[in-house]
Design a protein around this ligand. Structure first.
Ligand code: CTP
Length: 397
């Protein structure tokens, strides 16, 4: 989403400037073109040479550089977005009152692109009425403010005022400015992660699914403009964008209820969850005590959620499933595609190196109901998700 986007980063004199190094690195890695302007005070916290190396562009600190005048007007016109991170209390006050005594402020005052700030300061400074008033003023001028976080501060105190983490800033600006409109107006439903079927209050039947693939697909559908509901079993994953509606469930029954409640309004549904196929016939109310001999647990089949959705599917709804196989992969995947009334199925083979549970990469083949096969070579789960969503858009939208 950030490929080719021109991002101008403004760095001010705050201890949080060290995080800007990572921010620049992440933006460049995501394909953005990055330029950096700094206030003179920022040089006390990070060296311009680090930022020029990482951004692959000259860093501008002075209004005049030797005999050359720095063209602040053109910088603000070059950028798709001017992101001041960190924003110190001092620069905030100057932005609020039109001061122009350094290059960063000159760029700010002449910028024609959107301006976003990520403040960083100590808690008492943050809560001071003048700071809050200045924030209100710069908001009124049309700038956007990335919320500060609560946590350990440079003073050693704990409280509000920490600059948002670089990864969160990336998600924030991507969500706010760089969503595409390919799926605008479409509702998408995605399931992800495993389900846990309780044996007793402390034990469960489950599987190794990490939820990474489903979360990545939900993120990608959202970034292409869809309204996304993500039904997730127990995972460590965090939704990348605040606009995604997350419904957390535990068991296959709970996932069935959440998916059924959202399916009718969904234009696109992707069932990436590794739903447990069997659940204990009864859940013991108390922890089962260890006894002599073994323990037999009677298991009953869970509902096949995808099959249920396939039965309810109306014309115009697009339904995609996943198939995780270890042998006769294609044959099994095609059987699932037909029996569950799908438009396409994403085949994962555990025999492929770099594919499957827990890891960050995947290698899949999408088999469509028209018999076509699209192979997606080994790449990150996020990149696979982008290809899967492009496939869906091409087939459905
Ligand atoms: N699925 C589901 N509900 C279940 C089991 C599976 O919705 N109770 C969905 C999965 O989310 C996936 C697809 O069905 O999209 C295929 O899941 P998979 O585990 O590969 O196959 P199963 O149908 O469970 O068959 P088997 O385990 O015998 O391979």
């Amino acid at each position: 989403m950030l490929q080719g986007k021109k991002i101008l980063i403004g760095i001010t004199g705050s201890i949080a400037a060290y995080k800007s190094i990572l921010l620049v690195r992440l933006l460049v890695k995501a394909g953005a073109e990055v330029k950096v302007v700094m206030t003179p005070a920022a040089k006390d916290f990070v060296a311009p040479v680090v930022l020029s190396t990482l951004s692959r562009n000259r860093v501008i600190v002075d209004l005049a550089d030797g005999n050359e005048w720095s063209n602040h007007v053109m910088l603000g016109r070059w950028a798709d977005l001017f992101l001041v991170a960190p924003l110190s209390c001092n620069t905030l006050a100057k932005m609020a009152h039109g001061f122009c005594d350094n290059i960063l402020l000159a760029v700010y005052l002449s910028a024609t692109c959107p301006v976003v700030v990520a403040p960083a300061m100590d808690e008492d400074m943050w809560h001071h009425p003048s700071t809050q008033k200045n924030l209100q003023l710069i908001r009124e001028y049309g700038n956007e403010v990335i919320p500060v976080e609560k946590g350990e501060l440079a003073s050693g105190l704990y409280g509000d005022g920490r600059m948002a983490e670089p990864g969160d800033i990336m998600s924030w600006i991507t969500e706010r400015f760089f969503r595409t409109e390919e799926l605008k107006g479409k509702q998408a439903l995605v399931s992800a992660g495993p389900t846990y079927e309780a044996i007793d209050p402390v034990r469960f039947v489950g599987n190794h699914s990490s939820g990474k693939m489903g979360f990545a697909i939900a993120g990608e559908l959202f970034m292409r403009g869809a309204d996304v509901t993500l039904v997730a079993g127990p995972t460590q994953q965090q939704v990348q964008y605040k606009g995604i509606k997350l419904i957390e469930v535990r068991s296959a029954d709970e996932m069935l209820a959440a998916c059924s409640a959202n399916f009718l309004s969904a234009d696109i549904t992707v069932m990436a969850a590794a739903v447990a196929d069997y659940a204990p016939a009864a859940r013991a109310a108390e922890k089962i005590k260890k006894a002599a001999g073994g323990l037999d647990i009677a298991l009953v089949k869970t509902t096949d959620i995808l099959k249920e959705l396939g039965l309810q599917k109306k014309p115009g709804q697009y339904l995609m499933g996943f198939a995780l196989e270890t042998n006769n992969e294609k044959e099994h995947a095609i059987e699932k595609l037909r029996s569950k009334n799908l438009d396409a199925i994403v085949l994962n083979s555990l025999r492929d190196k770099g594919a499957g549970f827990g890891i960050d990469t995947n290698k899949v083949t999408i088999i469509a109901s028209d018999g076509s096969e699209t192979a997606i070579g080994l790449k990150s789960k996020k990149a696979v998700a982008a290809d899967i969503v492009s496939f869906i858009i091409q087939q459905h939208a």
